[in-house]
Design a protein around this ligand. Structure first.
Ligand code: BEZ
Length: 210
């Protein structure tokens, strides 16, 4: 069954390029991004993995671990990593799961047989410290993902988790934010002593908390 927002991210133990990993243990009490790519030694995937390696410090700053997956085995990932470093200029610095028997792919519904019955689609799962799924995203094989957008969503998710604000359309870090509707005005006064712009009772705009 498809994994939905708020579900507990299924746990698994799998071989990776950094040794066997138990997913929940590996996540610890931080955030995580699990993402699949269709196949090793393919062009779009090569650019994606190189880019994720390049911006790994941005994930780390946010207390987020990243892990990749495809249905290729670990030794194939390891051979391909040389090409990624050579062409993208950054060595892959995060684990990649080898899933030839599709255990994890099936657990996370990453194979969409009407698109392709042998390859994983480009799935992304953002998982919170409570192990709940906070974001799911599915792209086709031909479209490389925008990993800066994934960082943007993580910033928004963390603002909601820690500061009780939501983010409006096209929000960028530093823009004004919205006080979550679940917070009463009385509660909001304590958290936002500088106040807010009440455009409607349900639309309370305030400066982004630091
Ligand atoms: C790619 O990464 O370029 C790719 C992978 C599988 C199918 C099509 C494209």
């Amino acid at each position: 069954m498809a994994i939905r927002l708020g579900d507990t991210a299924p746990d698994f133990t799998a071989p990776t390029t950094q040794g066997e990993i138990n997913f929940h243990e590996w996540l610890g009490d931080g955030w995580g991004v699990l993402f699949s790519h269709p196949k090793d030694f393919t062009p779009v995937c090569t650019t994606e993995l190189g880019y994720v390696a390049k911006i790994k410090p941005e994930f780390e700053k946010r207390n987020v671990k990243v892990i990749g997956l495809s249905v290729d085995p670990v030794d194939s990932h390891e051979q391909w990593e040389g090409d990624i470093e050579e062409t993208q200029g950054t060595a892959v610095n995060f684990p990649m799961i080898g899933d030839p028997d599709r255990t994890v792919s099936d657990l996370y519904d990453m194979i969409h047989p009407n698109a392709d019955d042998t390859l994983t689609v480009r799935s992304v799962f953002v998982i919170g410290p409570d192990k709940k799924v906070k974001l799911t995203l599915t792209y086709p094989a031909s479209t490389g993902r925008n990993f800066d957008e994934i960082l943007r969503v993580i910033d928004s998710l963390q603002l909601t988790a820690y500061k009780k604000v939501a983010t409006p359309a096209n929000w960028r870090d530093g823009d004004d934010v919205i006080i979550v509707p679940a917070l009463s005005d009385e509660e909001a006064k304590e958290l936002f002593p500088d106040g807010w712009d009440e455009q409607k009772p349900y639309l309370r705009v305030t400066k982004q908390p630091s």
